[in-house]
Design a protein around this ligand. Structure first.
Ligand SMILES: Nc1ncnc2c1ncn2[C@@H]1O[C@H](COP(=O)(O)OP(=O)(O)OP(=O)(O)O)[C@@H](O)[C@H]1O
Ligand SMILES: [Mg+2]
Length: 326
């Protein structure tokens, strides 16, 4: 049985539609104009134990709303959601003890207190023994390499340090299922990498089932084998990250390093030149022509090194979303 199963989930919000001007405002006092926002509009997927799935989509696609439904913060408008065989919105304490939702944009730590105070509070909420608490705290502190930072008031921490503390607070009860909503937002490259390593380790050590949203494709590339892509509340792809390029990308990227200096002008007619300098060329060509162009280059130039690759994930994603909005 799947750890997470989502079947035809819909979450609609009714929002008050404001209009500018006095007359519309007065009218709206009598009859309030409402509008329905289809934040999540009929999506289904299953996730097995220990999977780490990337959940991606443009702003407003419905990612956070989905994660809130899965963690029991929102009641679905329609459809079925089961996680660890619980219905999340019932907020059964046995369920809540096994999951965690981490939102990179929100913090749960007490601002003026050292983080350990927040950890202690969570120890009580999750009903951990002193032993379990100390053991988990030690493990998480080592994995995240935080030293004594737990004793420093949260407001004195840097964003990256605070995010580490947020993670310790969110994971102190060793949840089996983790919903990570943009956990690396705003972090510098080095700190993003540390977070990714931590997430990968946590997934491996605890066989945790993880859904991760991020706008940084490096996170997704490094961590997830499988991605679920949504756009405007609808699921548009669920599958292997590797197959994504094969399915959507209409071009390939050819990289050539030449033995001798070349003239960039010679390649213009072949495709779109990404970069060119004396001895190397990166060229974007239509998929259907990739092989013949590659053969041409190999036959006509002395080449030291050569590659034909799928486009970068960022490029594929932008192709997918530009098709959907046109
Ligand atoms: N509480 C709410 N009331 C009304 N509308 C909402 C509410 N929460 C979300 N929405 C709307 O639902 C849609 C989906 O929002 P959601 O936050 O799930 O997107 P997202 O994929 O997480 O986007 P982002 O990448 O920007 O975080 C948006 O149009 C948003 O305005
Ligand atoms: Mg969001």
């Amino acid at each position: 049985m799947s750890v997470i199963s989502v079947s035809r989930l819909k979450k609609y919000f009714r929002v008050f539609k404001r209009k500018e001007g006095l007359l519309p405002t007065l009218k709206s006092l009598v009859k309030r104009p409402f509008e329905t926002v289809k934040a999540v509009d009929d999506i289904s997927f299953n996730i097995e134990e220990g999977e780490l799935v990337g959940f991606i989509g443009p702003n407003g696609a419905g990612k956070t709303t989905t994660l809130k439904c899965l963690s029991g913060l929102l009641y679905p408008s329609e459809g079925k959601v089961r996680v660890l065989n619980y219905e999340p919105f019932k907020r059964d304490s046995r369920y809540l003890k096994q999951i965690s939702l981490v939102m990179g944009q929100k913090n749960q730590l007490w601002w003026d207190l050292p983080s350990v105070e927040s950890f202690r509070l969570n120890k009580e909420i999750y009903d951990l023994s002193e032993n379990e608490y100390q053991k988990n705290l030690k493990e998480l502190s080592e994995l995240l390499d935080v030293g004594d930072l737990g004793k420093v008031p949260v407001r004195q921490l840097s964003l990256g340090q605070r995010m580490k503390m947020e993670l310790i607070a969110a994971l102190i009860h060793h949840p089996k299922v983790l919903f990570l909503d943009e956990p690396t937002i705003g972090l510098d490259i080095v700190m993003q990498k540390k977070m990714r390593d931590f997430i990968a380790n946590y997934n491996r050590i605890h066989k945790a089932t993880i859904i991760l949203t991020s706008h940084y494709m490096a996170d997704v590339k490094e961590l997830a084998k499988r991605v679920i892509i949504i756009d405007r509340g609808r699921l548009i792809y669920d599958g292997n990250l590797v197959n994504l390029g094969r399915k959507y990308a209409d071009h390939k990227v050819i990289t050539a390093h030449f033995e001798k200096a070349v003239n960039g002008e010679n390649f213009k007619h072949l495709g779109k030149i990404k970069t060119v300098n004396e001895k190397s060329l990166v060229l974007t060509v239509p998929k259907s022509k990739a092989i013949s162009i590659a053969t041409d280059l190999l036959n006509n130039y002395r080449i030291r090194d050569f590659d034909i690759e799928e486009p970068e994930l960022e490029d594929i994603i932008s192709i997918i979303f530009s098709h959907k909005t046109s």
